[in-house]
Write a protein that binds this ligand. Structure first.
Ligand SMILES: [Zn+2]
Length: 100
């Protein structure tokens, strides 16, 4: 089974996940697990205007802790997913003494 990125605004290169954050009118995709971020664009959503100054501050701090990366595109295979699945299957096999 090949896992692919299901995010149409780009996904984390390690897990394919994405949470969209807005720093003012600038939108970023972001994955907290892998501390990654990628630029999506400007003024695409109207939601940013509803955030308080404190929330903007939180977003800026969060984004500054993340490394900018090249995101996966929609339907692009997630490189680490097959490896992680194989590793999990191996651990399970060892834990059950080969019964699975
Ligand atoms: Zn990730």
């Amino acid at each position: 089974m090949t896992l692919v990125c299901e995010e149409d605004l780009g996904g984390c290169p390690k897990c394919g996940g994405s949470i969209v954050l807005s720093d003012g009118p600038q939108h970023w995709g972001h994955c907290w697990d892998h501390k990654t971020k990628w630029y999506i664009g400007r003024n695409l959503f109207s939601v940013w205007g509803d955030l308080s100054e404190e929330q903007h501050q939180d977003v800026r701090e969060l984004l500054s802790a993340c490394q900018e990366v090249e995101p996966l595109s929609l339907n692009e295979p997630i490189p680490g997913a097959a490896e992680a699945a194989a590793l999990a299957a191996d651990v399970l096999r060892k834990a059950t003494g080969g019964a699975v």
